[in-house]
Design a protein around this ligand. Structure first.
Ligand SMILES: C[S@@+](CC[C@H](N)C(=O)[O-])C[C@H]1O[C@@H](n2cnc3c(N)ncnc32)[C@H](O)[C@@H]1O
Length: 215
């Protein structure tokens, strides 16, 4: 219910019609599951735009006390709800000592050490191209060179949006598509397809290290 109320009041920043499915959450956290299976050291994870915690729940299942888990959420109602979940919800409370919810926009967030994994649910297609550029800069400022960023986008959303929008909005969507294509050319390691989600989605997995030969 909290999610749907916030969608009504803050559609621009929420940008979804329903929380992510567990299939999407599992696919988005694939790189984290892989890292945890292959290392004994504590890991550092950042979740951007956790909303009501559909993907957070999956991240919490993978992490242990001693790992670092930062969550950056622009919407204070979601941030407060998540903070309560870490104290009150048994599915989240194992990490109450290591998880920190930051009620700030990602573009204003900084950290004193790089992250191994960033999982992002930001609705980029709702934003200006300048903000999208700024958000990608923030991802790669915060991600370590060996790290992985996993973000989702609803399938075919940009072509559909272009069909129903005016010239200015089409230009905006084209500029966003170009920014994403550039980062994908330089950094994409793979794409996951998730049909069992409303709407179906692709997850792009990008490396912290850019191939500067790919323009
Ligand atoms: C599409 S919802 C995703 C929610 C959740 N991750 C899920 O999959 O169900 C996008 C979330 O990003 C948050 N958000 C939007 N812009 C943001 C920004 N600049 N910095 C941090 N969070 C932001 C919204 O408040 C919202 O919770």
């Amino acid at each position: 219910m909290a999610f749907f109320r916030q969608v009504r009041e803050h559609y621009h920043t929420t940008g979804a019609i329903a929380p992510s499915s567990r299939f999407l959450a599992r696919a988005q956290t694939g790189p984290l599951a892989n890292l945890k299976a292959h290392t004994d050291r504590p890991v550092r994870v950042l979740e951007v735009g956790p909303g009501t915690g559909a993907v957070t729940r999956q991240i919490v299942e993978l992490l242990e006390p001693g790992d670092t888990f930062d969550l950056v959420e622009i919407n204070t109602a979601f941030a407060e709800l998540l903070e309560r979940r870490f104290t009150d919800d048994p599915a989240f409370s194992s990490l109450s000592a290591s998880a920190r919810v930051h009620a700030v926009p990602l573009q204003e967030f900084s950290s004193d050490a790089p992250y191994d994994v960033i999982v992002s649910g930001l609705p980029m297609n709702n934003f200006s191209s300048e903000l999208v550029e700024e958000l990608f800069e923030a991802y790669f400022r915060l991600l370590g060179p060996e790290g992985t960023l996993s973000y989702f986008e609803y399938m075919y959303m940009r072509p559909m949006r272009k069909l129903v929008s005016g010239r200015k909005d089409r230009e905006r969507v084209n500029r966003i598509a170009e920014i994403m294509r550039r980062h994908c050319r330089q950094r994409r390691t793979r794409t996951s397809w998730v049909l069992a989600n409303l709407p179906p989605a692709w997850i792009q997995h990008l490396s912290g290290h850019a191939d500067s030969a790919a323009r």
